[in-house]
Design a protein around this ligand. Structure first.
Ligand code: HEM
Length: 161
């Protein structure tokens, strides 16, 4: 079933607020999926393969990892063993985030973790693209594609949380 048919035939007793017979609802829902899902993913994959084309040593490491962890039999349960591949995707999204800006507005006055006070309805812009390139956060090689920065000494993925 395609996404459009899914929305048009959705069980209304289960999702009371959805309006499958309303053209505007269907239009907005499909546009949301196109932008949130398709454009983000295609942008990320385009940048991923472009970065790989400029960094052949990363292709070699991805191939070696797949051969080691996924061969001779492909099992989707083994996908989480592809640490380097996942790091390469993180590194792609750091340098070329599919959503380069985000914004939030507090529902009521609040204090950010930084200590800054924010008022109700203030618009807080989060410049994701710039954050991913700050040398103070990532080091002098912030502009380089280096998936290794996401992998700890013990070979685990680092999340910088
Ligand atoms: C590389 C791929 C993707 C990236 C970089 C990405 C990024 C984001 C970001 C930054 C947000 C805003 C989160 C926030 O403001 O707190 C978001 C929201 C959302 N994304 Fe994605 N996304 C991706 C793929 C997808 C896919 C594949 C789907 C659906 C199948 C999807 C569905 C959504 C939806 C429904 C929201 C709104 C969530 C909400 O408002 O609660 N995204 N995404």
């Amino acid at each position: 079933m395609d996404v459009l048919t899914y929305y048009m035939t959705i069980d209304r007793t289960k999702y009371k607020h959805l309006k499958p017979s309303n053209d505007k609802f269907i239009r907005d829902a499909i546009l949301g999926i196109l932008i949130a899902a398709k454009d983000t993913t295609s942008s990320a994959l385009t940048c991923f393969f472009w970065l790989l084309s400029k960094n052949p040593e990363a292709i070699t490491k991805i191939r070696q990892e797949i051969n080691k962890e996924m061969m001779p039999k492909f099992d989707p349960a083994d996908l989480n063993k592809l640490v380097y591949l996942e790091a390469a995707v993180y590194e792609t999204l750091r340098l070329y985030p599919s959503v380069p800006f985000n914004h939030k507005s507090p529902a009521k006055p609040d204090v950010l973790l930084t200590g800054h006070r924010v008022d109700k309805n203030w618009k807080i812009v989060i410049p994701i693209y710039a954050l991913g390139r700050m040398k103070s956060v990532w080091g002098d090689d912030a502009g380089d594609f280096r998936p290794e920065r996401w992998i700890s000494d013990s070979g685990m993925l680092r999340t910088f949380a």
